[in-house]
Design a protein around this ligand. Sequence first.
Ligand code: AMP
Length: 413
Amino acid sequence: MSSKFQAPRGTFDVLPAAAMTRRRIEHTAAAILARAGYEPIATPSFEDTELFERGVGHSTDIVRKEMFTFEDKGGRSLTLRPEGTAPICRAYLEHGMQRLAQPVKLSYVGPFFRHERPQAGRYRQFHQLGAEAIGTDSPLADAELIGLLAELLAEIGVPGVELRLGSLGSLDARQAYLEELRAHLRAHEGELAREVHERIDANPLRAFDADDEGTRAVMAEAPKLVERLEGEDAEHFAEVRGLLDAAGVEHAIDPTLVRGLDYYTRTIFSFVCDRLGAQSEIGGGGRYDGLIEQLGGKPTPAVGWAAGIERIMLALEEEEAAPGRDVFVAVAEGGEARRAALVAAELRQAGLSAEVDLAGRGLKGQLKHADRIGARRVLILDSGGAQLRDMASGEQRPVEASKLIEEIVGGQA
Ligand code: AMP
């Protein structure tokens, strides 16, 4: 009988087959990022609410609608982290990392929380892996990070991936453009979705993300920021593109690309996958040159990305085959279960995977179970000695009791 409890809405259990795929994804990411000098960091699952209000931005959907915010017993307002960059910048400042050689290159993986309407690829607790380079404005850093995410998705084997690239310019340079965009939106007020209309002042860029037809038609005619980049912003963007071309990282310029967090400046990018439905973004990020200052530090340029593990899993559409076992140590009539347990432990210490029966099965049941868990060989202990059976061929031969471990480990090679 199943229990009356279920995992909360928008959350899910990761069962063993899926857990193995996730482990492979995390290991691949850790290896690729470590080779490029990104060191792992972990921050708490919740932070002061104000960190996200200031960092992510008051006018964003995340802060307005999606945060899991609660008061602790001391009356402090805390929030389950909806994203990883603001907490990492908080840690960078808190631990004086600006005094280290710059940039500080960090990577992370863990759960994040957003109170969104659940659907395929969108959950209330999800997992991101991410990387950040803090303390550099070099386009080399943008291209390096984008290249690493491209490499990661390729190595994991995510099919149908496309990279979209844009630039939001620097914060100051963006102001004139935003005024122009607001004027365009006001001139078409009647055609816009109510949400977009309400945010003309606070967040006009988000209009590019609206999916209603009226707003989309207005945005097709709207002035585009990438086409208006000037001076150093234009040079920076051209340099990033040149570096990606040189490295053979295919990309398409998307003048309508925007992101759901306020902190982005200059480069923004998004990896989308054609195997996914409405939630087609696998990962994305960009530059956030103003964020550290926004959180109380000195102006510190930085760039980073995050990729969603669940989206990667959905795109892969397959689960890892169970790894099987090297040896199952069975006990025949007259054999000793204690001895089997000791032999299995010795085999494990020698680096093999080995299991024994823990359910009191007879020999026949044990062999059936060994087959079920994918054991390649079964060692059968009886009163006098031992037999080693190869499960694929069915061949069975006696092994000398004094040489059990050597024989089995040796036969493994
Ligand atoms: P963001 O932090 O919004 O830039 O998102 C970065 C990545 O995290 C996205 O590309 C998705 O892969 C993933 N992601 C964001 N929100 C969710 C969610 N609610 N459920 C699952 N994955 C998500």
